[in-house]
Design a protein around this ligand. Structure first.
Ligand SMILES: [Zn+2]
Length: 329
């Protein structure tokens, strides 16, 4: 089966979790940043999670290192171009890169400058044949309101011009959706499309609240399977789950691939898309994710459906959607 032809759209990919060791080393040398190693192979051991990663919280610890090189315009541009180049070479045609601008301000950049730099970089890469848009993440945390509100205002400013949606990322089990009530209300008021990480570390109730807050896609959503009412609601609203199999395995959302409830979701009418989450942390690519599903016994028809869901539920323009649909005909 030619599963590779379906691995062309990634809707759930974090910039900081997907940097190559090569680009991190290059920026670190230019900016005199200390790294545990300047050897790609050795550095990868610090970037990728081990097979015995215990939880989402342990997984999230892998992000402090890549964020060191995302603090200047040059670093942001170099790492993002490198990422888009790798994606293009791997056959991707469209990607929604998500990142939290508030995590790139340690050296004085404003959130707005971070986003402007990334938009320009995505435009540069477009010329080489890969389309991309940004999803701006707010962060879960105790005192993030001010920074999150700033992210919202920037998302509004660039909406439709490189930014297509917002997300809430971070430690889901420690900081539940309800703590971000004010942010979600504002996002809805401003008409910014929303996807929320839910049902990953926390249970089906977090998906329920994400739906209440107007999420049109759900990051992961695996634990929705525990509540029939949540499943019905997902199906009724046509909400697509951004499923990331390898990441789910790494964060112990599932203990083995066979536990992914995708067949049940399909049976109950829930839309599934397949994504990578963090290519470097999870040492994966979109092709590998599709290959995993082939090994699990999913048919070509299933894979086509996943790819169709990715395209249709993407925040891309109609023109790009038509182009992508042509490719998997
Ligand atoms: Zn994610």
């Amino acid at each position: 089966m030619n599963y590779k032809k379906y691995a062309i759209v990634d809707l759930h990919l974090h910039l900081d979790g997907s940097l190559s060791a090569k680009s991190i080393i290059e920026v670190a040398k230019k900016e005199n940043i200390k790294l545990p190693s300047f050897n790609e192979e050795e550095l990868n051991r610090h970037l990728m999670v081990p097979d015995n990663c215990g939880s989402l919280n342990e997984y999230l610890e892998r992000f402090s290192l890549p964020n060191l090189v995302l603090q200047t315009k040059e670093g942001l541009e170099l790492c993002t171009l490198d990422l888009l180049e790798r994606l293009k070479n791997d056959g991707l045609k469209y990607v929604e890169i998500r990142m939290a601008p508030q995590l790139s301000t340690a050296k004085g950049l404003t959130q707005e400058e971070v986003v402007e730099t990334l938009i320009k970089t995505c435009k540069i890469a477009e010329k080489s044949g890969i389309f991309s848009n940004l999803i701006l993440c707010m962060m879960r945390g105790k005192d993030n309101l001010k920074l999150n509100l700033e992210t919202i205002s920037i998302a509004k400013k660039f909406l439709g011009n490189g930014v297509v949606a917002m997300d809430l990322a971070g430690a889901e089990a420690l900081f539940p959706n309800e703590m971000f009530d004010e942010e979600f209300k504002l996002i809805n008021k401003l008409g910014i499309p929303l996807t929320i990480h839910a049902g990953e570390a926390a249970g089906a109730s977090s998906v329920k609240s994400a739906l209440k807050y107007g999420a049109v896609r759900i990051g992961h959503g695996i634990h929705s399977i525990e509540d029939d009412n949540v499943i019905k609601e997902l199906a009724k609203r046509g909400v697509t789950l951004e499923v990331c199999p390898k990441s789910n395995l790494d964060t112990k959302t599932i203990s083995k691939y066979e536990d992914l409830p995708l067949k049940e979701f399909i049976k109950k009418g829930v839309k599934i898309s397949i994504n990578t989450d963090d290519m470097t942390v999870s040492n994966t690519t979109l092709k590998q994710e599709y290959e995993t599903l082939v090994k699990l016994g999913f048919s070509e028809e299933n894979l086509r459906e996943f790819a169709l869901n990715s395209i249709k539920s993407s925040f891309a323009s109609d023109k790009i959607k038509r182009y992508l649909l042509e490719l998997i005909k």
